[in-house]
Design a protein around this ligand. Structure first.
Ligand code: GLN
Ligand code: ZN
Length: 767
């Protein structure tokens, strides 16, 4: 029997039940018991849905209240000492304080850093490990959830983040320390967890080691060998080692040499590895073939998948399992919640539909095509109608992309010349203050948007509402004394979805939510066809904001790479092609903003780093087309128009050359949450343009004091000259409350003014 297996379910609830419960708990409107109950119902529903779809091998401990890496940190007791919790079993409040920070007795406890999980838009909380870190089993979550499922009649396969990936994803607290050195003391905790899971009745445990799909040095390879030899030496459940997001590549021999009972591989990202694996797999081991795309929303071509797996099934028989490529946490829950997608709907599959597809393929392998005839016929006709649909192709778009020339991606003059023109024209003070774009998305704004969406508020009424918000935000910024203002983005539900709703070729879902971090969920648009901009999108808001003030207002756009990266994209053409189409649409918007008198335009690319291929060998090609797209989007403006970009929450150190190649006039970048690491990266590449360093973390409700911000500015001034530094928060303010923002920005402006004075006193810099 080919078994059907699932690696993980969405854990936010089909109607975002977990968001409401967790945020309610934070706000004190529900208690811990009510939160636990919602979590329990969410897990139970997931197990039931998988069983009903015919999935034979169902996971547990794939659920989390915030993040699976944070769960692992709590499991192994690696709580940084500043939280004052060492060694204890972590309760819910402490758990959330690791993610959100906290203030106690006048002391601010900084949260764990947050960064992207491989090449996804999911963020994990970065473990902090040092030579003094001591591990101790500190949570019973995997065992509790296994027992809970058992109580409902499901014998599940608990999922853990594997020990090597856990260490490789962590951050050393001491320069030069390699967290891999901690492997020998980490492994006993894993052994103990496995022992307890076995005692509870688990026969399989899944260890997620996506790092096996990345380039590994000799230490990391040795760590894999040591880890799995050690874990296999103890009597424990069978281990399913799961890799995803990339092929095994040159780690294939290493992977098949590890003494585990099963290997899961991502055959969507790397189908070619299947035959080698079939040859090289240990004769006792199971291969879980990830053929259903866990990262995208397209319905699979079932016939093709069955044919593709056929030869492997002949060789492996019941040692071949069928699965999605990775956890389904990266796709929305259920297509049946969507009623407005028209013909597109027939081409899509969300998590629940992907479970059905997985079970269907497994069944076809065992019982033959005739056993799944209806499903096959439906799949064939979806494939056929999508490939021939006139909704997808628009001849003019392709022509415009082909007509692009290298000159379209180059500003008229080099940076130094532009800088002089812009300094003269904008006449900003030293250390100009600004924000990243969004102001708080208050309950009133969300309510107005909802009333507009349901027709209870007219178009005019909604426009008036947004204009009032803009006027309020402009007045607030003038009062605070900020130098470069923003309109506050009240009209945007989300920085990508907003553009997706207004560009041809994109569709938006009603409830296609996926988790971005914690309780922040996004609804990625679905890019299904050729992209074009039927009309200007942001121009009237920017023009209105600029009409209210003599200070410069920044126009705010989302960049082409980020729109691509945060959408579900076409799988019928290369990503680079889709990105060029988006770049041309953004270019039109940039040109129109400039024509409307906007002198500063920020094109956000927070996802540039996240799209970086996991394998070094593929990176140059990606960086070439992605930077080219950004430049196509921004290069059409006159020298005097200042182009900004913004990036955040990722490790930018390894793409600094591409950051330089964007040739922007100003980059604003998150720095406070990641302790200013970026400053050293910028110094290392001798960055020429102006830099806005994030001087406070916007994820935390804690208001930064003037002194803390001053400290950040002083740190930055050790590396950057004062005439190139801007002062801004780490990121947009949409998730914060009005009072927090007013207090934080007031301290920020005060700190910038103080720093200006001390620069003027201690140096002879003039601008
Ligand atoms: N301009 C956006 C905002 O301020 C940028 C958000 C982001 O970087 N994720 O909200
Ligand atoms: Zn940001």
């Amino acid at each position: 029997m080919a078994r059907s297996l699932n690696l993980g379910m969405p854990r936010i609830g089909p109607r975002r039940e977990m968001k409401r419960a967790i945020e309610g708990y934070w706000a004190g409107t529900i208690d811990g018991a009510a939160l636990a109950e919602t979590a329990r119902l969410t897990r139970a529903r997931g197990w039931r849905e998988q069983a009903q779809a015919g999935i034979e091998d169902i996971p547990s401990n794939d659920f989390t209240l915030y993040d699976q890496v944070l769960d692992t940190t709590c499991l192994v007791g690696a709580i940084p000492p500043r939280f004052g919790l060492e060694g204890d079993v972590v309760d819910a409040n402490s758990y959330f304080s690791l993610a959100r920070g906290r203030t106690e007795a006048g002391r601010v406890v900084a949260p764990l850093e947050m960064t992207k999980w491989f090449d996804t838009n999911y963020h994990y909380l970065v473990p902090e490990l040092g030579p003094g870190t001591e591990f101790a089993l500190s949570s019973t979550k995997p065992v509790d959830e296994f027992r809970e499922a058992l109580g409902l009649g499901y014998v599940t396969r608990p999922v853990l983040v594997g020990p090597v990936t856990y260490l490789l994803l962590s951050k050393a607290t001491v320069p030069g320390f390699s967290p891999l050195e901690l492997l020998p003391t980490l492994l006993p905790v894993y052994t103990e967890v496995l022992r307890r899971l076995a005692a509870a009745g688990a026969s399989w445990v899944q260890l997620d080691e996506p790092c096996l799909g990345t380039d590994l040095d000799a230490d990391a390879r040795d760590a894999f060998t040591l880890a799995y030899r050690t874990l296999a030496a103890e009597p424990s459940p069978k281990l399913l080692l799961a890799t995803y997001f990339s092929g095994l590549g040159d780690n294939l021999e290493l992977a098949v040499s590890l003494p585990v009972a099963g290997l899961h591989v991502d055959l969507v990202r790397d189908p070619a590895q299947l035959l080698t694996l079939v040859d090289r797999l240990d004769p006792e081991s199971v291969l879980s073939a990830g053929v259903i795309d866990g990262r995208n929303v397209w319905r699979s071509d079932l016939r093709r998948s069955i044919e593709f797996l056929g030869p492997a099934h002949e060789r492996l028989g019941d040692r071949l399992w069928v699965s999605p490529s990775c956890s389904l946490q990266h796709v929305p829950h259920d297509l049946s919640s969507e009623s407005e997608l028209g013909q597109l709907r027939g081409w899509l599959a969300f998590a629940r539909q992907k479970l059905d597809e997985t079970a269907t393929i497994a069944r076809a392998l065992v019982e033959g095509l005739s056993a799944v005839a209806d499903a096959l016929e439906a799949s064939d006709s979806a494939v056929d109608s999508r490939s021939r649909s006139p909704l997808i192709h628009c001849a003019g778009v392709g022509r415009r992309v082909r007509a692009l020339s290298p000159a379209d991606a180059i500003r008229h003059s080099p940076y130094e010349k532009r800088r002089d023109i812009q300094r003269h024209a904008l006449a900003l003070p030293l250390l100009p203050t600004t924000t990243i774009g969004s102001f708080p998305q208050t309950p009133e704004i969300r309510a107005a948007r909802a009333r507009h969406a349901t027709g209870k508020l007219s178009d005019d009424g909604y426009r008036q509402f947004c204009e009032n918000e803009i006027a309020h935000v402009i007045a607030q910024q003038e009062l605070l004394g900020l130098d470069v203002l923003v309109h506050g983005e009240p009209e945007r539900n989300d920085m990508v979805q907003y553009f997706g709703e207004r560009l041809d070729g994109f569709a938006c879902t009603e409830s296609g939510w996926v988790q971005s971090y914690g309780t922040r969920y996004v609804r990625p648009p679905i890019l299904y066809g050729d992209v074009a901009r039927p009309a200007p999108i942001t121009v009237s808001w920017a023009r209105y904001a600029q009409s209210l003030t003599a200070s410069p207002v920044k126009g705010m756009l989302t960049g082409p790479v980020t729109i691509l990266q945060w959408s579900f994209v076409r799988d019928d053409q290369p990503r680079s092609e889709s990105c060029r189409q988006i770049a041309l649409a953004v270019r039109d918007e940039v040109t129109d903003l400039e024509a409307a008198g906007i002198r500063i335009i920020q094109v956000d690319e927070p996802a540039l780093r996240e799209g970086l291929p996991l394998r070094h060998g593929e990176r140059a090609a990606y960086l070439a087309w992605s930077t080219e797209c950004f430049k196509v989007a921004t290069a059409a403006v006159a020298d005097g128009t200042q182009i900004h970009t913004h990036m955040c929450y990722a490790e930018f150190g390894d793409i600094m050359d591409a950051v330089v190649a964007l040739d922007v006039d100003v980059i604003s970048i998150e720095a406070a949450r990641s302790q200013m690491d970026i400053v050293n990266d910028l110094a290392a590449v001798d960055y020429r343009s102006d830099v806005g360093l994030g001087v406070y973390d916007i994820h935390s409700p804690t208001v930064p004091s003037e002194d803390e911000i001053t400290h950040f500015i002083e740190q930055a001034l050790k590396v950057l000259p004062p005439d190139r530094l801007w002062v801004n928060p780490d990121c947009g303010l949409k998730t914060r409350r009005d009072e927090e923002v007013a207090a934080a920005l007031s301290n920020m402006v005060a700190a910038a003014r103080r720093a200006r004075l001390s620069v003027h006193r201690t140096s002879s810099v003039t601008v």
